[in-house]
Design a protein around this ligand. Structure first.
Ligand code: MN
Length: 292
């Protein structure tokens, strides 16, 4: 049985660009060793945007050394990157972007969502790459809602959408560099959640809405239960209908040196990343109109 290790609460709110009012749930500067292979997670919204003709979000910026995973719950987001990846994702869709050796991307509200306005909620998770993969080729996986298997949970506790990893025979569509599970759980009040997860792996339950009881501790919206790595069974009492993101993964204990959008293993690699970016080695976003 996995025991509760500690409850991680938000580091506070801020805006990412002019499109994403986020709670910073964790980052590699606070619980890096306890949450490996995950580096950082921001929860945007839930909030409501009025209709606008403006392009809200974050303009071109680089990343190197990890992956960004964007899960849309409400609203819509459009991305483009210098590796040629990009697309528009809506509720239930996921973008799994591998920055690896480096790319430049932009993240905006989708045009359709911006014009209509309405409720908006999104998670952005940063997944670390092991040292030997940090300079791999960048990639982009646009995962649509219909590609993500739905599983009915034990005790009829609700459903799991398997984004990465597997539950029984159901395997999530995301290709990952190291073993991990990323599951979108929709849980029913009054039921008991019971999950089997690998011993030795980092395991955490992040509550987007509703509430759970883990080891007699209440975990509410914007709180994350980080479990001990020992044991395989994870149990929680669902006290209010809940939307929960389960993160589990094989930890790797490599040094982390981060600077803004770059997360590497050494200070020298960060200096190199800045130099490469300044020398234009991260490529360029090819605009729609100039595409052949
Ligand atoms: Mn970004």
């Amino acid at each position: 049985m996995k025991k509760l290790s500690f409850i991680k609460r938000s580091n506070g709110g801020h805006w990412v660009g002019d499109g994403f009012p986020v709670q910073s749930i964790f980052s590699y500067s606070d619980i890096a060793d306890k949450i490996s292979p995950f580096l950082l997670m921001d929860h945007a919204g839930p909030t409501t945007f009025p209709p606008t003709q403006k392009k809200l979000g974050v303009g071109q910026h680089p990343h190197r050394g990890f992956e960004t995973v964007t899960i849309v719950y409400q609203g819509g987001v459009s991305h483009r990157d210098s590796s040629g990846g990009g697309g528009t994702i809506g509720p239930g869709d996921v973008q799994w972007m591998t920055a690896a050796s480096g790319l430049i991307h932009e993240e905006f509200h989708s045009e359709t969502f911006a014009r209509q306005g309405g409720p908006f909620e999104m998670i952005q998770l940063w997944v670390n790459l092991p040292a030997k993969e940090k300079m791999s080729t960048p990639g982009y996986q646009g995962i649509t809602v219909d590609q993500i298997p739905h599983i009915v949970l034990a005790n009829n506790a609700g459903i799991a959408r398997v984004i990465a990893g597997s539950i029984g025979d159901a395997t999530g569509p995301a290709d990952t560099f190291t073993p991990m599970n990323v599951w979108d759980l929709r849980l029913k009040a009054g039921c008991t959640l019971s999950l089997e997860l690998p011993s030795g792996h980092t395991t955490a339950l992040y509550v987007l809405s509703g509430a759970l009881n883990v080891d007699n501790q209440t975990i509410e919206a914007t709180e994350m239960a980080v479990m001990e790595r020992d044991g395989t069974e994870l149990k929680a009492e669902i006290t209010q209908d809940a939307v929960v993101l389960l993160l589990s993964g094989e930890p790797f204990n490599e040094p982390i040196v981060g600077h803004g959008p770059f997360v590497m293993n050494t200070r020298a690699e960060i200096m190199q990343a800045m130099q490469d970016y300044n020398n234009g080695k991260f490529g360029q976003i090819v605009s729609e109109s100039s595409r052949p």
